[in-house]
Ligand binder design. Sequence first.
Ligand SMILES: NC(=O)c1ccc[n+]([C@@H]2O[C@H](COP(=O)([O-])OP(=O)(O)OC[C@H]3O[C@@H](n4cnc5c(N)ncnc54)[C@H](O)[C@@H]3O)[C@@H](O)[C@H]2O)c1
Length: 674
Amino acid sequence: MIINMEFTIGDIFTELPEYPEFKKGIRRAPKREFTLTKEETQLALKNALRYIPSKWHEIIAPEFLEELLSLGRIYGYRFRPTTRIYGKGIDEYQGKILEGKAFQVMIDNNLDFDISLYPYELVTYGETGRVMQNWMQYHLIKKYLEEMNDHQTLVIMSGHPLGLFKSHKTSPRVMITNGLMIGQFNDLENWNRAAALGVASYGQMTAGGWMYIGPQGIVHGTYSTLLNAGRSKLGIPEKEDLRGKLFVTSGLGGMSGAQGKAVEISGGVGIIAEVDESRIQTRYSQGWVSAISNTPKEAFDMAHKYMKNKQPIAIAFNGNVVDLLEYAVAEDIHIDLLSDQTSCHAVYDGGYCPAGISFEERTKLLKSNKTEFKKLVDQGLKRHYEAIKIITSRGTYFFDYGNSFMKAIYDAGVSEICKNKTNDLDGFIWPSYVDDIMGPILFDYGYGPFRWVCLSGLDSDLDKTDLAAMNCIDKDRRFQDLDNYNWIKDAKKNKLVVGTKARILYQAAYGRLKIALKFNEMVRDGIVGPIMLGRDHHDTGGTDSPFRETSNIKDGSNVMAEMATHVALGNASRGMSLVALHNGGGVGISKSLNGGYGMVLDGSKRVDEILESAMIFDVMGGVSRRAWATNNNAVETSKEFNHMDNNSHITIPYDSSEEYLKKLVSDNYIKGGK
Ligand SMILES: NC(=O)c1ccc[n+]([C@@H]2O[C@H](COP(=O)([O-])OP(=O)(O)OC[C@H]3O[C@@H](n4cnc5c(N)ncnc54)[C@H](O)[C@@H]3O)[C@@H](O)[C@H]2O)c1
């Protein structure tokens, strides 16, 4: 029971902290959309001042107003801790229960200067993906986590800790929602208003869900996507890699930064365009790209040399992707695989840098003339589209990387990018990586981005878990299992860790369970310290999005958001330690609903029991929906599951003859019905 416990900024800070200095060289978020009226601006201030004792209002309110008018949001910079924030070993945190301390590790990792895209603005990745909205929330959440006991649940609403409520031992300790909106208002304009008012946060996926593990989290998926794109589109045999092949793309940011590493691990040659030199330097110093070029010619010349020698290399091109592609068009350079990972989910908010202006000019223009900026973005996207059209007509395989790239081109006024040439209801002319590759080859089988963090912070724990996970994989089952086995075998050698001692490993339902139970046993036996399990929301059942995760759902239910909701509710009712549900994710507000979990392994039998039901439902909930949409590989996986699991059963669809239905309908159809 909590007696006389106060959770206010006034209790956490007995004195007003000094206004902090901003460290030079740390990336800062550009100004966000700000369209509030005078009355709404007043409301935004009133909202933010709910965190602040009234004795400080006359100092803080003008500061908040300045942040809001100049940056479009209130961050509460004054309350940012002045000490270094990073995911420390769990024993360095205060807390009454393991989960309370574990979540603090995860939050701090998301805000680490080495990990976070705009750490001062609490953005972890994906241009706008935030851990919470402001630094007052950071302190309150931390305080709640320190005080929480194992019969309480902390409820977070778009970064705001609503409170700690009595629950029971097998309830989630934290429930998070980010940016969920009423359907009628679920659009960018209303969202930007709500965000400026301080009542909506864009959690992306693992930023607001506290499970981000640095760029490593996405490398395995990118590696699998590239390998399988090569196998299915370039005719590379199943057990071979991308040696001698060229992949061209853009973005060296939070997730896109994984592309260089992934192309090298898969044996190929990559050129990755990036307009922000600081991000190139970050990836270069981390060893995630191996060379930097300043002209398209230099980049392609170097790529050709490595391709000829069948050696892998990731080359950063310091410039706009449009310039790179227009050069390839003019010089008739063949590209094997082509994609794009600029942040088009936030295309007018700084996510896409227009061709013709520098990154610095883009930042200035965003602040000084948004109308002109939007015009330039649209022009740049049209040039980008024209270049890709020519390159693909010459035999290149282009795939959309789930960044809303094709949607952005459509929104810029190019309706010929739509399959039906009119609107986006039937999708776009080029496939998304999920539609063609990840959906049928991975998600329909239940393979997804399972991950863990060794909370002790010890390298030796990570080594032990890598080995244990590798021993759990039956590498002869499917080629996907062999890829995963090879991945974990070489994971340490590939130096993937940035931040906490974490690992990503794609696994299907029973693979995840087997590894999870093994880890919990290792914790129980004192072989390793406690472990946080989780996954990216970008998974088999984690996300409903017709523009990405569920783009290979063809029964019309791609516009529904019930799977991610079921999976989140299912995880909560089965007792996962943390459950999150968000609007938006990688494709932008109103375009997806996504959820995830965190599960703290403390070695107990209680945790074994939760894992046995929750880990399976988390994946098979998604497979069952994919099966009902008649995706062949999901149907096959569900039938197998029905034979294996005595306590569960998935409804299997009957197949029907397309030909028969086509004839029946065309012979009898009357527009509008009888
Ligand atoms: N990696 C994945 O598996 C994956 C999966 C799904 C979606 N995505 C999507 O990919 C996008 C990128 O994610 P992120 O976390 O890397 O975002 P980010 O904003 O951190 O990085 C994007 C990078 O693109 C650069 N850029 C913007 N315009 C450019 C241009 N015209 N030419 C060259 N560089 C340009 C930016 O400077 C930035 O560094 C997001 O929309 C995300 O949702 C990625």
